[in-house]
Design a protein around this ligand. Structure first.
Ligand code: DX5
Ligand code: ZN
Length: 219
């Protein structure tokens, strides 16, 4: 599977969001990661479908809506309608995870499950064969610029192992604390999609930073 870089707009300058999205697209990003927070599931509030729709209009890249919200099923359709190509719901926020996944897929988007740092892979139970991707949180969700939690290495390796053992196709995405300095190491554990917010948007040259990440990924 190709290794994909997904800048998280959480660390972008929101007063110039359109320019920021265009800039990371021009800099070689593969996916736009879009963090949705409701002030309940996580202690922060960000953006909703209206902003996603605006971003959809100015980029050709796939948009990955990471729903850090309670009752995600109530909002999935709105995000897909607004233009999300990937949608993930948190296992900790979804009471009927199978239904959430089916719903996302029925609307034509890639369906993903996100796991908080403490949540074991076993929490996903028996639906691994029905998901398109699994988002492993490598920080506590809510804020950009936090430090990578190393226990995630084991979790990613476990998922990768299960994927091979059962011949499954889901992609593994990690989110939080990804930098040029650690991207090679996490990649080796089996990651396909790398979300990076502050590492890209707080760098002086987005294209340089993304190129450095790609070099590190090639080894
Ligand atoms: C955190 C968000 C992340 C965040 C990552 O809750 O889900 O997508 O933007 O930011 P960095 O890359 O700065 O850790
Ligand atoms: Zn995220």
């Amino acid at each position: 599977m190709p290794k994909l870089i997904a800048p998280s707009i959480l660390s972008a300058d929101f007063s110039r969001l359109g320019d920021e999205v265009r800039a990371v697209e021009a800099a070689g990003a593969d996916i736009i990661h879009f963090d949705v927070m409701d002030g309940h599931f996580v202690p922060n509030i960000t953006v909703g479908p209206l902003v996603l729709e605006a971003v959809r209009k100015i980029t050709r890249l796939p948009i990955d809506a990471h729903l850090m919200i309670d009752h995600p099923d109530q909002y999935v359709a709105e995000f897909v309608k607004a233009g999300a190509n990937y949608v993930s719901v948190h296992v900790e926020a979804s009471r009927h995870l199978h239904r959430s996944i089916q719903l996302i897929r029925s609307l034509g988007a890639k369906a993903g499950i996100a796991l908080n740092p403490h949540t074991p892979v076993a929490a996903m139970g028996y639906i691994l064969d029905e998901v398109d991707f699994i988002l492993v949180m490598t920080v506590n969700p809510g804020f950009g610029g936090q430090k990578f939690i190393p226990a995630a290495f084991k979790k990613v390796a476990e998922l990768d192992q299960m994927r091979r053992e059962h011949k499954l196709n889901f992609e593994i995405e990690i989110d939080g604390g990804v930098k040029v300095e650690n991207i090679a190491e996490v990649s080796a554990a089996g990651v396909d999609i790398f979300v990076a917010g502050s590492a890209i948007f707080q760098s002086n040259n987005y294209a340089d930073t993304i190129a450095q990440m790609r070099r590190a990924l090639k080894g």
